[in-house]
Unconditional design. Structure first.
Length: 301
């Protein structure tokens, strides 16, 4: 795990609106900026550049904790114009990155969501989410909630090279199983699948099989994309550890995304395995709701 300095900051707002119709979510929040999971491909790395820092080591070693995040969220959800739409937690920084053990911001945010009966989706590589099973149960009683575990490969070498500070893939699957056994909807997002490394049939089949065997309730996948900032941190690692793949990556990624036909072939392979193992697709965050009965109770004077 990468060592890090955690700096406390105060935020004026927490909710971020995403007005892109193709995205599965409209609202996001992130209790932290930066992440000690140190994933080399992380698309959120460029967010550190907004603060005048680099997207490499400083992203991993200078983590910012938004210490007033729960209080700000309570204010935002209490506004008359808020419609109770589902919120995606952890789209730019893992909400269970190691600093959460000390600050408990994600846990307190879940308590706020529970109080407002607001649906939510959590994406994580962290296993500390097991700690919050009690609050997740309480939230689930009044609104939809799902926990998505990012697991792109079971290969130990791939994990140690590309996700240096994250818990092992098996530990993530075991945490997912714990949540499912305790009644919390949880599943796997195979992301990112790395061309030539983890996007082949054997690797995909291994992850889907393990997900099913650990009780996953849904499964989806995304192929690697390389934004400026993350590209500069990932490509040197690729050239050092998989030099034979470097020319192919240069052709696949002249821009941020791989060609659509290549991406679709990989995702079709995942979808075939998903159906073979009888795993449902993931529910888009936009579709998470308050149960109608609870909504009626909330609106009753």
């Amino acid at each position: 795990m990468a060592s890090a300095e955690v700096q406390e900051i105060y935020c004026k707002t927490l909710l971020n609106r995403i007005d892109i119709p193709s995205f599965p979510f409209r609202w996001t929040l992130n209790p932290y900026r930066g992440c000690r999971h140190a994933c080399r491909y992380c698309y959120a790395r460029p967010t550190h550049e907004y603060l005048g820092m680099d997207a490499g080591k400083e992203f991993e070693q200078r983590v910012f904790a938004k210490v007033n995040a729960p209080e700000v969220l309570r204010q935002e959800l209490g506004r008359p114009q808020w419609q109770g739409e589902a919120i995606a937690i952890g789209t730019a920084s893992d909400p269970y990155e190691p600093a959460e053990a000390q600050y408990q911001l994600t846990r307190r945010i879940l308590q706020v969501l529970r109080d407002f009966q607001n649906p939510a989706s959590i994406t994580t590589k962290g296993v500390l989410v097991r700690r919050d099973v009690d609050v997740l149960r309480e939230l689930l009683e009044v609104a939809d909630v799902q926990v998505i575990f990012s697991v792109g490969s079971l290969d130990e070498r791939v994990w140690k090279l590309t996700e240096t500070g994250a818990p092992s893939p098996l530990a993530r699957l075991e945490a997912m199983q714990f949540l499912v056994e305790n009644g919390i909807p949880a599943g796997v997002m195979m992301a990112p699948l790395l061309p030539g490394i983890s996007d082949g049939w054997e690797s995909i089949e291994a992850v889907v099989a393990a997900a099913a065997q650990h009780g996953a309730q849904f499964l989806a996948a995304n192929l690697l994309f390389l934004k400026p900032g993350s590209r500069e941190w990932f490509m040197p690692l690729l050239k050092e550890t998989y030099p034979h793949l470097a020319p192919g990556y240069a052709k696949l990624y002249p821009r941020t995304f791989a060609p659509r036909d290549y991406t679709e072939k990989v995702l079709q392979l995942v979808d075939g395995e998903r159906r073979r193992w009888r795993l449902p697709p993931i529910t888009p965050v936009r579709e998470l709701k308050r149960p109608q009965r609870q909504l009626q109770l909330a609106l009753t004077p």
